[in-house]
Design a binder for this molecule. Structure first.
Ligand SMILES: *Cc1c(COP(=O)(O)O)cnc(C)c1O
Length: 377
């Protein structure tokens, strides 16, 4: 199906006045302002208010982490915990806009290919909207928690042999336009998702961090967060961009390779235990590349051991996240080792999913290593 075209023209806003309006909206009980996405409605596609489907997404904590800073070897590090969203992952920020747009357009159903979190989020919002939802997932590669959520929220599950990429190809190839695809190729997803950048800045009193680390799989999140920062700059909310660091798992790192070689992306067969970033042919790589370069950022890869270690460190601080999220902290440490990240850097690592998203991974990590010594950090 051809995706709907739209264009968000950024309005002219008085930056200080708009920041005040945002503070007032945070204190209001108006249903759409309980959402950390729709609170930024001037910066989003215009939709009729009766079409808006929200679960009060986007109100997530920014946790200061002195131990994370020590782990990465820099002065200051905080986690923007997007796993604290209604369905337990960042996908809700974009999904509220994509499903609302599908509802406004009179779609009968929505569909996606997913390693689990996109489908969980889609299922929740589609059911709230009264739309049918179809999830194509790679057989045997989705955690029990995610699969349970998809069923619980009432979507139909189709298991496809192979990886996420095979599930996506199947979805793309069989859709005759009857349903709206809500993968991050849907432009409305990125519009909602960019609000993570606004929320991050808002939570820091609009103080710009030096670096923002984001795990990268299909690369919609990296592209959207980069777009959000650019728009914040264009609107005069901030006076410089943070550098964007996209972190891939070494076994699923076609973007890191393309970025280093300044070459086109060559798809790979993904192989990593961080299932949410097990994507071999990322669809948004050109958009993400634009944002990385616009911000003076980097793309790197870290191996599964480094991800597991970082995940244990985040857990040992009482915060927790799913394995793919921990790539952000592992990436900060790797970049410090390469002396790209300076010791006085002020860093935000984006945690993309909740710790209960993948309990089997947690048990595996802790079975193979001595109890993580929190005091050692
Ligand atoms: C989807 C997801 C990612 C990857 O995000 P992309 O936009 O596909 O790059 C990372 N972590 C978690 C927990 C996710 O659900």
């Amino acid at each position: 199906m051809k995706l709907p075209e739209y264009h968000v023209r950024l309005p002219r806003l008085d930056p200080e006045g708009f920041k005040r309006v945002l503070r007032e909206r945070r204190a209001s009980y108006e249903p759409r302002f309980l959402s950390g996405v729709w609170r930024f409605e001037e910066l989003l596609p215009r939709l009729p208010s009766e079409a808006i489907v929200t679960l009060a997404e986007g109100n997530v904590p920014l946790y200061e982490s002195p131990r994370g800073a020590r782990y990465a070897g820099c002065d200051a590090l905080a986690y923007l915990h997007l796993g604290m969203n209604p369905s337990g992952s960042f996908k809700d920020l974009g999904m509220t806009v994509a499903v609302s747009a599908a509802k406004a357009a009179g779609a009968r159903g929505v569909a996606c290919a997913s390693t689990g979190n996109t489908a969980s989020s889609m299922a929740a919002y589609a059911s709230r909207a009264g739309l049918n939802a179809y999830a194509l997932v790679p057989r045997g590669r989705v955690s029990t928690s995610k699969l349970a959520q998809i069923y619980d929220y009432g979507a139909e599950v189709v298991e496809v042999d192979g990886s996420f990429d095979d599930a996506f190809a199947r979805l793309d190839g069989t859709n005759d336009g009857a349903v709206t695809i809500v993968n991050s190729v849907n432009p409305y997803r990125l519009e909602g998702q960019k609000c993570a950048a606004f929320a991050l800045l808002e939570a820091r009193g609009w103080r710009v961090p030096d670096w923002v680390f984001v795990p990268g799989g299909n690369l919609g999140n990296s592209a959207a967060i980069g777009k959000g920062f650019r728009e914040a700059l264009e609107l005069g909310f901030i006076d410089r961009l943070p550098r964007l660091a996209v972190v891939q798992a070494a076994g699923a790192a076609p973007f890191a390779r393309a970025w280093s070689a300044r070459a086109d992306l060559v798809p790979v067969v993904p192989q990593t235990s961080a299932s949410a970033i097990a994507v071999g042919s990322p669809k948004s790589w050109r958009k993400a590349l634009y944002e990385v370069d616009a911000s003076g950022g980097v793309v790197i890869a870290v191996d599964d051991d480094a991800i597991d270690d970082a995940k244990a460190a985040i857990g040992a601080e009482g915060i927790g996240c799913e394995p793919a999220s921990a790539a952000a902290l592992a990436g900060a440490r790797a970049l410090r080792d390469e002396s790209v990240l300076r010791p006085d850097a002020d860093v935000v690592a984006v945690l993309t999913g909740h710790t209960l998203k993948d309990p089997d991974a947690i048990l595996r990590i802790h079975a193979s290593r001595p109890r993580y010594e929190a005091r050692a950090l």
